[in-house]
Design a protein around this ligand. Structure first.
Ligand SMILES: [Zn+2]
Ligand SMILES: [Zn+2]
Length: 354
């Protein structure tokens, strides 16, 4: 037996020495292969024609390792649109096979910081990644031009440096920044078609997120398939109007039970501002059960939770978050994380969770 141990030990030590000696070379080879794969990744071309949703950010304003700030990528055919761009979302996109240079436009639901604090970085990555000659269109209700104007000002010097360094052929100066496309907030019961092109229709409708005005959601219709993205809202009868019969309802939710624990922890630490905020936020978000009731009321084919608040860092919290949901809605439910993807192939009624 002892005779066997010695050669095994020598082999293990030998492998260890070789790995240590060639560590750098091996790491560089892995890096090269990984980059080649990541840069070539194009999950858009690989999908069948249809409407597809990929969560580039499934979280809200609080830091969450598996949920970036709110961002919903909606792919219609070969075109890519984002609903809101929260913190971390733009950096998540390439890892989901969506190159920022491919983004055709952004729809903003409202101007809370967590919904726009990834937009500056996305604009830069989209510009340099796609050699765009026109700025990124940003659709929204009134107020959107104030946001894009501020970002254009903040990133103006950066754009000058990039063009000077890399040349106008690579980063054309006319393509930097954002172009606002602003609409009045639609009245209750009325929808505004903000984009109608190549078979895609995007309709803006009002939601309830007081005191935040304007606050809107969007309905996407493409080749017989449909998606509604709620933005931030209380349980909303107006959203129910526009989500009637929708294939996929992508809805925000906040768990009052779990946010109360955030408030209690803040109180225990004497953090009175955090305690106050934790007490305030349930007034302008929907609970998971209310969202399930909405999904049932409109007959949604599938319910996808995003803007999941608070973060769920402990195993078992997901089931607390979803308590009471199956009783309210008997359809399929997905609790979103970054990268959650749901496909609605055209010419079918299939709903595929990837
Ligand atoms: Zn929010
Ligand atoms: Zn909000």
């Amino acid at each position: 037996m002892q005779r066997l141990w010695l050669p095994i030990l020598l082999v293990v030590v030998g492998i260890g020495l070789v790995l240590t000696f060639f560590q750098g070379a091996i790491a560089k080879r892995i890096m090269r292969a990984g980059l080649e794969r990541a840069q070539a990744a194009d999950s858009i071309a690989e999908r069948p024609d249809g409407l597809h949703v990929v969560l580039c950010g499934a979280g809200g304003p609080l830091p969450d390792p598996v949920r970036s700030g709110p961002c919903v990528a909606v792919i219609a055919g070969q075109r890519v649109f984002l609903v809101d761009v929260g913190s971390g979302a733009a950096r998540r996109l390439p890892r989901l096979g969506i190159q920022p240079g491919r983004v055709d436009g952004v729809f903003l639901t409202h101007f809370h910081s967590d919904h726009i604090d990834g937009l500056g970085g996305l604009g830069l990555q989209r510009w340099v990644g796609g050699t765009h000659k026109l700025p990124l269109p940003v659709y929204g209700a009134e107020g959107v031009s104030e946001v894009t104007g501020g970002l254009n000002q903040a990133y103006r010097l950066d754009a000058v440096y990039r063009t000077a360094h890399h040349g106008p052929e690579v980063v054309p100066p006319t393509g930097a920044g954002f172009h606002p496309v602003s609409f009045p907030e639609p009245a209750e019961g009325e929808g505004t078609v903000v984009l109608e092109d190549e078979g895609l229709r995007v309709t803006m409708f009002r939601v309830e997120h007081p005191p935040v005005v304007p606050a809107v959601g969007y309905r996407f219709d493409y080749r017989g398939r449909s998606v509604v993205v709620s933005g931030d809202t209380n349980q909303s009868t107006n959203l129910e109007r526009f989500a009637e019969g929708v294939d996929l309802l992508v809805h925000e939710a906040l768990s009052p039970e779990l946010i109360a624990i955030v408030g209690e922890a803040a109180a225990a630490n004497g953090l009175s501002a955090i305690e106050k905020i934790a007490g305030d936020v349930p007034t302008y978000h929907a609970t998971p059960v209310q969202v399930a009731e909405t999904a049932a009321a409109v007959g949604a084919g599938h319910l996808l939770y995003y803007h999941v608040v608070p973060p769920l860092p402990v195993p078992g919290l997901a089931s607390v978050f979803l308590e009471g949901v199956p009783e309210a809605y008997d359809g399929p439910v997905t609790l979103g994380e970054d990268g959650t993807a749901i496909s609605l192939p055209a010419g079918s009624d299939r709903i595929l969770v990837e």
